[in-house]
Design a protein around this ligand. Structure first.
Ligand code: PLP
Length: 453
Protein backbone atom coordinates (compact mmCIF):
# COMPACT_ATOMS: atom_id res chain seq x y z
CA UNK A 1 0.00 0.00 0.00
CA UNK A 2 0.98 3.64 -0.37
CA UNK A 3 3.30 4.61 2.53
CA UNK A 4 1.51 7.96 2.88
CA UNK A 5 -2.01 9.33 3.27
CA UNK A 6 -3.70 12.18 1.42
CA UNK A 7 -4.23 15.57 3.03
CA UNK A 8 -4.88 17.84 0.04
CA UNK A 9 -7.16 16.79 -2.81
CA UNK A 10 -8.03 18.14 -6.24
CA UNK A 11 -11.19 17.13 -8.13
CA UNK A 12 -10.65 15.52 -11.54
CA UNK A 13 -12.97 16.24 -14.51
CA UNK A 14 -15.52 13.48 -15.16
CA UNK A 15 -16.74 13.84 -18.75
CA UNK A 16 -18.97 11.99 -21.22
CA UNK A 17 -17.89 10.20 -24.39
CA UNK A 18 -19.84 12.74 -26.47
CA UNK A 19 -17.94 15.61 -24.86
CA UNK A 20 -14.60 13.87 -25.45
CA UNK A 21 -15.40 13.11 -29.09
CA UNK A 22 -16.18 16.76 -29.73
CA UNK A 23 -13.14 18.08 -27.86
CA UNK A 24 -10.76 15.57 -29.44
CA UNK A 25 -11.97 16.47 -32.94
CA UNK A 26 -11.50 20.16 -32.11
CA UNK A 27 -7.99 19.30 -30.88
CA UNK A 28 -7.12 17.84 -34.30
CA UNK A 29 -6.90 14.38 -32.70
CA UNK A 30 -3.69 15.45 -30.98
CA UNK A 31 -3.62 14.95 -27.21
CA UNK A 32 -1.17 17.83 -26.78
CA UNK A 33 -4.00 20.16 -27.87
CA UNK A 34 -6.33 18.95 -25.10
CA UNK A 35 -6.59 21.02 -21.93
CA UNK A 36 -6.61 19.97 -18.28
CA UNK A 37 -10.41 20.40 -18.28
CA UNK A 38 -10.73 17.65 -20.90
CA UNK A 39 -8.68 14.97 -19.13
CA UNK A 40 -9.83 12.60 -16.38
CA UNK A 41 -6.61 10.63 -15.76
CA UNK A 42 -3.49 12.29 -17.13
CA UNK A 43 -0.72 9.82 -17.95
CA UNK A 44 0.92 12.02 -20.58
CA UNK A 45 4.04 12.55 -18.51
CA UNK A 46 5.62 11.82 -15.15
CA UNK A 47 7.60 15.06 -15.45
CA UNK A 48 6.76 17.86 -13.02
CA UNK A 49 3.41 16.18 -12.33
CA UNK A 50 4.14 14.65 -8.90
CA UNK A 51 2.57 15.57 -5.57
CA UNK A 52 4.67 17.50 -3.05
CA UNK A 53 5.04 16.14 0.47
CA UNK A 54 4.18 18.11 3.59
CA UNK A 55 7.94 18.36 4.28
CA UNK A 56 8.55 19.78 0.80
CA UNK A 57 5.83 22.39 1.34
CA UNK A 58 7.42 23.28 4.66
CA UNK A 59 10.87 23.47 3.02
CA UNK A 60 9.34 25.81 0.42
CA UNK A 61 8.21 28.14 3.20
CA UNK A 62 11.81 28.32 4.41
CA UNK A 63 12.98 29.31 0.89
CA UNK A 64 15.45 32.19 1.00
CA UNK A 65 15.09 34.53 -1.99
CA UNK A 66 18.43 36.28 -1.58
CA UNK A 67 19.84 36.96 -5.09
CA UNK A 68 23.34 35.58 -4.50
CA UNK A 69 24.40 33.04 -1.88
CA UNK A 70 20.96 32.25 -0.49
CA UNK A 71 20.60 29.76 2.35
CA UNK A 72 18.41 27.66 0.07
CA UNK A 73 21.34 27.25 -2.33
CA UNK A 74 23.63 25.96 0.40
CA UNK A 75 20.98 23.50 1.57
CA UNK A 76 20.46 22.29 -1.99
CA UNK A 77 24.21 21.98 -2.63
CA UNK A 78 24.77 19.96 0.51
CA UNK A 79 22.14 17.39 -0.47
CA UNK A 80 23.32 17.23 -4.11
CA UNK A 81 26.97 16.86 -3.05
CA UNK A 82 26.19 14.12 -0.58
CA UNK A 83 24.26 12.20 -3.24
CA UNK A 84 26.61 12.65 -6.22
CA UNK A 85 30.02 13.59 -4.74
CA UNK A 86 30.59 15.89 -7.73
CA UNK A 87 32.67 18.96 -6.98
CA UNK A 88 30.75 21.45 -9.12
CA UNK A 89 26.97 21.66 -8.72
CA UNK A 90 24.90 23.97 -10.93
CA UNK A 91 21.16 24.45 -10.46
CA UNK A 92 19.13 24.97 -13.67
CA UNK A 93 15.44 25.42 -14.39
CA UNK A 94 15.02 21.93 -15.87
CA UNK A 95 16.97 19.01 -17.36
CA UNK A 96 17.27 20.31 -20.90
CA UNK A 97 19.01 23.48 -19.70
CA UNK A 98 21.69 21.29 -18.10
CA UNK A 99 22.09 19.47 -21.42
CA UNK A 100 22.35 22.66 -23.44
CA UNK A 101 25.03 24.03 -21.12
CA UNK A 102 27.00 20.77 -20.90
CA UNK A 103 27.01 19.95 -24.62
CA UNK A 104 27.63 23.61 -25.49
CA UNK A 105 30.78 23.57 -23.35
CA UNK A 106 31.90 20.00 -24.05
CA UNK A 107 31.12 18.97 -27.63
CA UNK A 108 33.12 20.17 -30.63
CA UNK A 109 31.32 20.26 -34.00
CA UNK A 110 31.41 16.84 -35.65
CA UNK A 111 31.92 14.93 -32.40
CA UNK A 112 29.68 12.03 -31.48
CA UNK A 113 27.63 11.67 -28.32
CA UNK A 114 27.04 7.97 -27.60
CA UNK A 115 24.22 6.68 -25.42
CA UNK A 116 22.21 3.60 -24.50
CA UNK A 117 19.37 5.76 -25.92
CA UNK A 118 19.30 9.57 -26.04
CA UNK A 119 16.11 11.09 -24.71
CA UNK A 120 14.53 13.18 -27.52
CA UNK A 121 15.44 16.59 -26.02
CA UNK A 122 18.95 15.32 -25.24
CA UNK A 123 19.36 14.34 -28.89
CA UNK A 124 18.13 17.79 -29.95
CA UNK A 125 20.66 19.47 -27.63
CA UNK A 126 23.53 17.30 -28.96
CA UNK A 127 22.59 18.29 -32.51
CA UNK A 128 22.16 22.00 -31.66
CA UNK A 129 25.74 21.89 -30.31
CA UNK A 130 26.97 20.59 -33.69
CA UNK A 131 27.39 17.01 -32.50
CA UNK A 132 25.84 13.75 -33.71
CA UNK A 133 23.82 11.52 -31.38
CA UNK A 134 24.38 7.76 -31.68
CA UNK A 135 22.27 5.17 -29.79
CA UNK A 136 23.74 1.76 -28.98
CA UNK A 137 21.00 -0.11 -27.06
CA UNK A 138 21.80 -3.68 -26.00
CA UNK A 139 20.40 -6.46 -28.26
CA UNK A 140 17.91 -7.63 -25.56
CA UNK A 141 16.10 -4.28 -25.87
CA UNK A 142 14.79 -5.31 -29.29
CA UNK A 143 12.65 -8.13 -27.80
CA UNK A 144 9.64 -6.49 -26.15
CA UNK A 145 8.58 -9.74 -24.47
CA UNK A 146 11.89 -11.00 -23.06
CA UNK A 147 12.38 -11.00 -19.30
CA UNK A 148 16.00 -9.82 -19.43
CA UNK A 149 16.42 -7.75 -16.26
CA UNK A 150 18.48 -4.86 -17.68
CA UNK A 151 17.17 -4.05 -21.14
CA UNK A 152 18.29 -0.45 -20.65
CA UNK A 153 21.99 -1.41 -20.91
CA UNK A 154 24.29 -0.11 -23.62
CA UNK A 155 25.77 -2.63 -26.10
CA UNK A 156 29.32 -2.90 -24.70
CA UNK A 157 30.78 -4.60 -27.77
CA UNK A 158 29.45 -1.86 -30.04
CA UNK A 159 30.69 0.83 -27.65
CA UNK A 160 34.17 -0.76 -27.50
CA UNK A 161 34.32 -0.93 -31.30
CA UNK A 162 33.25 2.70 -31.61
CA UNK A 163 35.80 3.91 -29.04
CA UNK A 164 38.61 1.92 -30.69
CA UNK A 165 37.62 3.08 -34.18
CA UNK A 166 38.50 6.27 -36.08
CA UNK A 167 35.42 8.31 -35.10
CA UNK A 168 35.68 11.20 -32.64
CA UNK A 169 33.57 10.41 -29.58
CA UNK A 170 33.10 13.53 -27.43
CA UNK A 171 30.99 12.07 -24.61
CA UNK A 172 29.21 8.93 -23.47
CA UNK A 173 25.80 9.56 -21.87
CA UNK A 174 24.04 6.77 -20.00
CA UNK A 175 20.32 7.42 -19.50
CA UNK A 176 19.09 5.86 -16.22
CA UNK A 177 16.48 4.53 -16.47
CA UNK A 178 16.35 4.31 -20.25
CA UNK A 179 13.24 6.38 -21.00
CA UNK A 180 13.43 6.10 -24.80
CA UNK A 181 13.90 2.33 -24.42
CA UNK A 182 10.73 1.44 -22.49
CA UNK A 183 11.84 2.79 -19.09
CA UNK A 184 14.18 -0.17 -18.67
CA UNK A 185 16.97 -0.06 -16.07
CA UNK A 186 20.75 -0.12 -16.53
CA UNK A 187 22.76 -2.54 -14.38
CA UNK A 188 25.65 -1.44 -12.20
CA UNK A 189 27.83 -3.95 -14.08
CA UNK A 190 27.04 -2.13 -17.32
CA UNK A 191 27.77 1.29 -15.79
CA UNK A 192 31.05 -0.03 -14.36
CA UNK A 193 32.11 -1.37 -17.74
CA UNK A 194 31.23 1.94 -19.44
CA UNK A 195 33.19 3.80 -16.78
CA UNK A 196 36.28 1.62 -17.35
CA UNK A 197 36.06 2.00 -21.14
CA UNK A 198 35.65 5.77 -20.91
CA UNK A 199 38.66 6.12 -18.57
CA UNK A 200 40.76 3.95 -20.88
CA UNK A 201 39.88 6.06 -23.94
CA UNK A 202 39.85 9.36 -22.06
CA UNK A 203 36.25 10.16 -23.02
CA UNK A 204 33.99 12.02 -20.55
CA UNK A 205 31.23 9.83 -19.09
CA UNK A 206 27.98 11.48 -17.98
CA UNK A 207 24.73 10.16 -16.54
CA UNK A 208 21.35 11.46 -17.72
CA UNK A 209 20.03 10.67 -14.27
CA UNK A 210 16.40 11.87 -14.35
CA UNK A 211 15.25 8.56 -12.79
CA UNK A 212 18.36 7.66 -10.78
CA UNK A 213 16.32 6.46 -7.76
CA UNK A 214 14.02 4.23 -9.82
CA UNK A 215 17.07 2.75 -11.56
CA UNK A 216 18.70 2.16 -8.17
CA UNK A 217 15.54 0.47 -6.88
CA UNK A 218 15.50 -1.95 -9.82
CA UNK A 219 19.21 -2.69 -9.28
CA UNK A 220 18.51 -3.68 -5.65
CA UNK A 221 15.76 -6.01 -6.94
CA UNK A 222 17.39 -7.49 -10.04
CA UNK A 223 21.20 -7.42 -9.66
CA UNK A 224 22.34 -10.08 -7.23
CA UNK A 225 25.40 -8.21 -5.99
CA UNK A 226 23.16 -5.37 -4.74
CA UNK A 227 20.34 -7.33 -3.07
CA UNK A 228 21.38 -6.18 0.41
CA UNK A 229 21.95 -2.53 -0.58
CA UNK A 230 19.60 0.41 -0.10
CA UNK A 231 18.55 2.34 -3.21
CA UNK A 232 20.44 5.35 -1.87
CA UNK A 233 23.69 3.35 -1.60
CA UNK A 234 23.29 2.12 -5.16
CA UNK A 235 22.49 5.62 -6.47
CA UNK A 236 25.58 7.01 -4.76
CA UNK A 237 27.77 4.32 -6.31
CA UNK A 238 26.32 5.00 -9.76
CA UNK A 239 27.08 8.73 -9.60
CA UNK A 240 30.63 7.94 -8.48
CA UNK A 241 31.27 5.89 -11.64
CA UNK A 242 30.72 8.89 -13.93
CA UNK A 243 32.40 12.27 -14.44
CA UNK A 244 29.17 14.15 -13.97
CA UNK A 245 25.44 14.19 -14.60
CA UNK A 246 22.56 16.11 -16.11
CA UNK A 247 19.43 15.67 -14.09
CA UNK A 248 15.82 16.70 -14.51
CA UNK A 249 14.53 17.19 -10.96
CA UNK A 250 10.99 17.10 -12.37
CA UNK A 251 11.27 13.29 -12.27
CA UNK A 252 13.10 11.88 -9.25
CA UNK A 253 13.40 15.27 -7.56
CA UNK A 254 9.57 15.10 -7.23
CA UNK A 255 9.23 18.84 -7.87
CA UNK A 256 7.22 20.80 -10.41
CA UNK A 257 10.27 22.56 -11.83
CA UNK A 258 14.01 22.12 -11.40
CA UNK A 259 17.18 20.57 -12.78
CA UNK A 260 20.86 20.19 -12.10
CA UNK A 261 24.20 19.91 -13.87
CA UNK A 262 26.99 18.47 -11.75
CA UNK A 263 30.56 17.52 -12.69
CA UNK A 264 34.11 16.98 -11.52
CA UNK A 265 36.33 18.68 -14.11
CA UNK A 266 37.22 22.24 -13.03
CA UNK A 267 38.15 23.52 -16.51
CA UNK A 268 34.84 22.29 -17.95
CA UNK A 269 33.02 23.74 -14.94
CA UNK A 270 34.44 27.19 -15.70
CA UNK A 271 32.96 27.14 -19.20
CA UNK A 272 29.64 25.87 -17.86
CA UNK A 273 29.61 28.72 -15.33
CA UNK A 274 29.70 31.31 -18.13
CA UNK A 275 26.84 29.67 -20.00
CA UNK A 276 24.86 29.24 -16.77
CA UNK A 277 25.10 32.91 -15.79
CA UNK A 278 24.40 34.11 -19.34
CA UNK A 279 21.36 31.91 -19.95
CA UNK A 280 19.88 30.60 -16.68
CA UNK A 281 20.85 32.82 -13.78
CA UNK A 282 23.54 33.38 -11.19
CA UNK A 283 25.51 30.36 -9.95
CA UNK A 284 23.56 30.05 -6.71
CA UNK A 285 20.05 29.94 -8.21
CA UNK A 286 20.32 29.03 -11.92
CA UNK A 287 16.77 29.93 -12.92
CA UNK A 288 15.12 28.59 -9.75
CA UNK A 289 13.67 30.40 -6.77
CA UNK A 290 14.99 29.75 -3.28
CA UNK A 291 11.68 28.03 -2.58
CA UNK A 292 12.26 25.66 -5.52
CA UNK A 293 15.80 24.86 -4.38
CA UNK A 294 14.60 23.92 -0.90
CA UNK A 295 11.80 21.75 -2.26
CA UNK A 296 14.29 20.06 -4.64
CA UNK A 297 16.66 19.33 -1.75
CA UNK A 298 13.86 17.75 0.28
CA UNK A 299 12.59 15.78 -2.77
CA UNK A 300 16.08 14.36 -3.41
CA UNK A 301 16.15 13.08 0.17
CA UNK A 302 12.66 11.54 0.04
CA UNK A 303 12.87 9.84 -3.34
CA UNK A 304 15.26 7.07 -2.29
CA UNK A 305 12.94 5.89 0.51
CA UNK A 306 12.65 2.13 -0.13
CA UNK A 307 9.00 2.07 0.99
CA UNK A 308 8.07 4.78 -1.52
CA UNK A 309 10.04 3.14 -4.36
CA UNK A 310 8.65 -0.33 -3.62
CA UNK A 311 5.06 0.88 -3.67
CA UNK A 312 5.60 2.91 -6.85
CA UNK A 313 7.20 -0.04 -8.66
CA UNK A 314 4.44 -2.38 -7.48
CA UNK A 315 1.64 -0.01 -8.51
CA UNK A 316 3.10 0.27 -12.01
CA UNK A 317 3.42 -3.51 -12.21
CA UNK A 318 -0.15 -3.87 -10.94
CA UNK A 319 -1.40 -1.69 -13.79
CA UNK A 320 0.63 -3.68 -16.35
CA UNK A 321 -0.59 -7.01 -14.92
CA UNK A 322 -4.26 -5.92 -14.88
CA UNK A 323 -3.97 -4.66 -18.45
CA UNK A 324 -2.34 -7.91 -19.56
CA UNK A 325 -5.12 -9.94 -17.92
CA UNK A 326 -7.62 -7.78 -19.80
CA UNK A 327 -5.85 -8.58 -23.08
CA UNK A 328 -3.39 -5.73 -23.55
CA UNK A 329 0.32 -6.61 -23.51
CA UNK A 330 3.15 -4.29 -22.56
CA UNK A 331 6.96 -4.27 -22.60
CA UNK A 332 8.39 -6.70 -20.05
CA UNK A 333 9.73 -6.66 -17.43
CA UNK A 334 7.60 -3.72 -16.27
CA UNK A 335 9.67 -0.68 -15.23
CA UNK A 336 8.78 1.95 -12.65
CA UNK A 337 7.78 5.24 -14.28
CA UNK A 338 5.43 3.86 -16.86
CA UNK A 339 3.78 1.01 -18.73
CA UNK A 340 4.63 0.76 -22.43
CA UNK A 341 1.65 -0.88 -24.17
CA UNK A 342 2.20 -3.04 -27.25
CA UNK A 343 -0.32 -1.39 -29.61
CA UNK A 344 0.75 -3.39 -32.67
CA UNK A 345 -0.27 -6.65 -30.99
CA UNK A 346 -3.69 -5.35 -29.91
CA UNK A 347 -4.54 -3.61 -33.19
CA UNK A 348 -3.10 -5.76 -36.00
CA UNK A 349 -5.65 -4.35 -38.45
CA UNK A 350 -4.07 -0.88 -38.21
CA UNK A 351 -0.76 -0.67 -40.12
CA UNK A 352 2.06 1.65 -38.92
CA UNK A 353 1.13 4.04 -41.76
CA UNK A 354 -2.20 4.57 -39.97
CA UNK A 355 -0.37 5.13 -36.67
CA UNK A 356 -1.20 2.07 -34.57
CA UNK A 357 0.10 3.55 -31.30
CA UNK A 358 -1.70 6.82 -31.82
CA UNK A 359 -4.90 4.87 -32.55
CA UNK A 360 -4.69 3.10 -29.17
CA UNK A 361 -3.77 6.28 -27.29
CA UNK A 362 -6.71 8.06 -28.95
CA UNK A 363 -9.13 5.29 -28.03
CA UNK A 364 -8.02 5.46 -24.39
CA UNK A 365 -8.93 9.12 -24.41
CA UNK A 366 -12.25 8.68 -26.21
CA UNK A 367 -13.30 5.67 -24.10
CA UNK A 368 -12.11 6.89 -20.70
CA UNK A 369 -10.73 10.42 -20.76
CA UNK A 370 -7.25 8.97 -20.19
CA UNK A 371 -4.42 10.91 -21.78
CA UNK A 372 -1.10 9.27 -22.70
CA UNK A 373 1.66 9.44 -25.29
CA UNK A 374 2.31 7.44 -28.44
CA UNK A 375 5.87 6.12 -28.83
CA UNK A 376 5.67 4.78 -32.36
CA UNK A 377 5.71 5.89 -35.96
CA UNK A 378 3.97 9.22 -35.39
CA UNK A 379 6.72 10.23 -32.98
CA UNK A 380 9.77 8.36 -34.28
CA UNK A 381 8.95 7.34 -37.86
CA UNK A 382 10.23 9.07 -41.00
CA UNK A 383 7.32 10.96 -42.59
CA UNK A 384 7.33 12.93 -45.85
CA UNK A 385 5.85 16.41 -46.48
CA UNK A 386 2.58 14.85 -47.69
CA UNK A 387 2.19 13.04 -44.37
CA UNK A 388 3.01 9.57 -45.71
CA UNK A 389 5.06 7.23 -43.57
CA UNK A 390 8.39 6.42 -45.28
CA UNK A 391 10.13 4.43 -42.51
CA UNK A 392 8.13 3.14 -39.54
CA UNK A 393 9.45 3.22 -35.97
CA UNK A 394 10.81 -0.11 -34.68
CA UNK A 395 7.79 -0.55 -32.37
CA UNK A 396 4.26 0.82 -32.05
CA UNK A 397 4.01 1.57 -28.32
CA UNK A 398 1.89 3.72 -26.05
CA UNK A 399 3.43 5.08 -22.85
CA UNK A 400 1.26 5.32 -19.75
CA UNK A 401 3.49 7.53 -17.58
CA UNK A 402 2.62 7.41 -13.89
CA UNK A 403 2.90 10.72 -11.97
CA UNK A 404 4.54 10.32 -8.54
CA UNK A 405 2.22 10.06 -5.49
CA UNK A 406 -0.79 11.34 -7.49
CA UNK A 407 -3.08 8.46 -8.47
CA UNK A 408 -4.36 5.66 -6.24
CA UNK A 409 -4.76 2.02 -7.20
CA UNK A 410 -8.45 2.57 -8.00
CA UNK A 411 -7.45 5.14 -10.62
CA UNK A 412 -5.09 2.55 -12.10
CA UNK A 413 -7.87 -0.07 -12.02
CA UNK A 414 -10.05 2.34 -13.99
CA UNK A 415 -7.30 2.63 -16.62
CA UNK A 416 -6.98 -1.17 -16.83
CA UNK A 417 -10.79 -1.54 -17.12
CA UNK A 418 -10.88 1.00 -19.94
CA UNK A 419 -8.13 -0.94 -21.73
CA UNK A 420 -10.09 -4.14 -21.17
CA UNK A 421 -13.18 -2.61 -22.79
CA UNK A 422 -11.11 -1.62 -25.84
CA UNK A 423 -9.60 -5.12 -26.02
CA UNK A 424 -13.11 -6.65 -26.31
CA UNK A 425 -13.66 -5.07 -29.74
CA UNK A 426 -10.26 -3.94 -30.99
CA UNK A 427 -11.32 -4.10 -34.64
CA UNK A 428 -13.63 -1.12 -34.05
CA UNK A 429 -10.69 1.19 -33.31
CA UNK A 430 -10.03 3.57 -36.25
CA UNK A 431 -6.65 4.52 -37.70
CA UNK A 432 -5.41 8.06 -38.35
CA UNK A 433 -3.83 10.12 -41.13
CA UNK A 434 -1.95 13.39 -40.85
CA UNK A 435 -3.68 16.54 -42.07
CA UNK A 436 -1.16 19.12 -40.82
CA UNK A 437 2.52 18.22 -40.68
CA UNK A 438 4.87 20.75 -39.07
CA UNK A 439 8.50 20.42 -40.19
CA UNK A 440 9.81 20.27 -36.61
CA UNK A 441 8.43 19.06 -33.27
CA UNK A 442 5.86 17.03 -35.17
CA UNK A 443 4.17 15.09 -32.35
CA UNK A 444 3.46 18.25 -30.39
CA UNK A 445 1.99 20.32 -33.21
CA UNK A 446 0.53 18.02 -35.90
CA UNK A 447 -3.20 17.56 -36.60
CA UNK A 448 -4.85 14.34 -37.74
CA UNK A 449 -8.11 12.85 -39.00
CA UNK A 450 -9.72 9.47 -38.33
CA UNK A 451 -9.65 6.72 -40.99
CA UNK A 452 -12.31 4.05 -40.41
CA UNK A 453 -11.08 0.50 -41.06
C1 PLP B 1 12.66 14.57 -18.88
C2 PLP B 1 13.98 14.11 -19.32
C3 PLP B 1 14.98 15.01 -19.75
C4 PLP B 1 14.75 16.49 -19.88
O1 PLP B 1 14.38 17.08 -18.71
P1 PLP B 1 13.37 18.33 -18.63
O2 PLP B 1 13.35 18.66 -17.20
O3 PLP B 1 12.07 17.89 -19.20
O4 PLP B 1 13.99 19.41 -19.47
C5 PLP B 1 16.20 14.49 -20.09
N1 PLP B 1 16.45 13.17 -20.06
C6 PLP B 1 15.53 12.29 -19.66
C7 PLP B 1 15.86 10.83 -19.63
C8 PLP B 1 14.27 12.71 -19.29
O5 PLP B 1 13.34 11.81 -18.93
Amino acid sequence: MEPYRIKVVEPIPITTREYRERRYAEAGYNQFNLTAEDVTIDLLSDSGTGALSAEQMAAGMRGDETYAGSRSWFRFREVAEDLTAYQHIFPVHQGRAAERILFGALLKPGQISVSNTHFDMTRANVELSGGTARDLPCPEAADLDSDAPFKGNIDLDALTALLEGPEDVGVVVMTITNNGGGGQPVSMANLEAVSTLCRKHNVPFFLDAARFAENAWLVTQREERFHGHTPREVAKLAFRLADGCVLSLKKDGIVHIGGMLALQDTELAKQCELLLIATEGFLTYGGLSGRDLDMCAQGLMEVTDPLYLRERAEATKYLADCAREAGVDSVTPTGVHGVYLNAARLLPHIPPARFTGHALASELYLAGGIRCAEVGSLYLGEIDAAGDLITPAPFELVRLAIPRRVYTRSHLEYVAETLGAIAKNPEKVPGYRLTEIPAILRPFRCRLAQVRP
